[in-house]
Design a protein around this ligand. Structure first.
Ligand code: NDP
Length: 307
């Protein structure tokens, strides 16, 4: 029986692991489908405190993992396929290998995954020009036009990054105002390789076996046009990875885990949550790390009280 299983290995999960392993709780981290989480797919991070110069997302997460391991955290590069949680525990976590792990407490730190428009053509052309990760795939689009969907910070960041490779980047946004922060929006708008198609929604992706263009509709004028491109980068925000837990854990209408006020406690005793899976508001690496710290301290108190 484990003291605590942490599901997820982004900043929330690994910060919880650092705290719990320093407290000699020997946490077990199930790293999940994307070890290190979303930050491993980002380029330079400029707003994580402690770094004067930008830090690479992959490097930051690699270091967090090493830091957690230094104090005795065990990390399994496995996915969780199902869980059976019961108030007060023990909790059962079934892994992709079929193995079942038991734990006195659980921290859910599963993060969130990219949102898609839900077009058939997105599925058909997935990884044939359709992607949600500029960092991973940007370099495949040298000297060709691409589009980026969305008006948030991610869309701006990805569009700016893509200008290193692409001949032109068109941001397609459904409104006439960006959701992105002013500084990121201005950086994108100042870039001569970036154009913004305002008030525009994607009708379909053109191309049978590869992306050849995107058909868009201007929602104000009704005008339909096609943007020629070879890459389609979705930056439409994220969906919390909480499906596995919904049978046991209360979530809000968007699927984010509900936490009790001023704590990381879920509705179930001994089950805690941290990071983007429980945060629809801030969703920052540093706020996720802070939530991981809180969850670790709550687990410590819970285990002390029950033993
Ligand atoms: P956001 O939720 O902030 O933005 C998602 C964008 O996608 C919005 O512009 C939204 O449009 C659009 N969108 C969503 N669904 C649809 C749809 N069905 N059709 C058309 N458009 C759609 O997500 P981000 O990933 O950009 O950012 C998440 C968080 O991470 C934010 O807090 C952000 O500030 C932060 N972040 C910070 C960075 C940094 O500081 N360096 C970098 C990246 C992210 P609409 O605006 O109309 O709702």
């Amino acid at each position: 029986m484990e003291n605590v299983i942490i599901i997820g290995s982004g900043p929330a999960g690994l910060t919880a692991a650092v705290y719990l392993s320093r407290a000699e709780m020997k946490p077990l981290v199930i790293a999940g489908t994307l070890p290190g989480g979303q930050l491993t797919q980002t380029t330079d991070i400029e707003n994580f405190p402690g770094f004067i110069d930008p830090v690479n997302g992959f490097e930051l997460m690699f270091n967090m993992q090493k830091q957690a391991e230094r104090f005795g955290t065990k990390i399994l590069n496995e996915t969780v396929t199902s869980v059976s949680l019961s108030s007060g525990g023990p909790h059962e976590i079934t892994l992709g290998s079929g193995e079942v792990k038991k734990a006195k407490s659980v921290i859910i730190a599963t993060g969130a995954s990219p949102r898609w428009l839900g077009l058939d053509s997105e599925q058909r052309l997935m990884n044939k020009g359709v992607t949600a990760c500029a960092t991973c795939d940007g370099a495949f689009y040298k000297n060709v036009p691409v589009v980026v969907l969305g008006g948030g910070d991610t869309a701006m960041e990805e569009a700016i990054f893509l200008t290193r490779f692409a001949s032109k980047v068109t941001i397609i946004h459904r409104r006439d105002q960006l959701r992105a922060s002013k500084i990121m929006g201005e950086r994108a708008m100042k870039n001569p390789k970036i154009e913004i198609a305002w008030n525009s929604v994607v009708e379909d992706i053109v191309g049978e076996n590869a992306v050849e263009g995107v058909r868009i509709k201007n929602v104000k004028t009704g005008e339909i046009s096609t943007i020629e491109c070879e890459g389609y980068f979705a930056a439409l925000g994220h969906i919390p990875a909480t499906e596995l837990f919904k049978q046991f854990i209360d979530t809000d209408s968007q699927g984010y885990i509900d936490l009790k006020t001023n704590s990381s406690n879920t509705n179930m005793e001994g089950v805690f949550a941290a990071g983007d899976c429980a945060d629809s508001v801030y969703r920052q690496a540093v706020s996720a790390a802070g939530m991981g710290c809180r969850a670790a301290m709550d687990v410590e108190r819970f285990l002390e009280a029950t033993e």
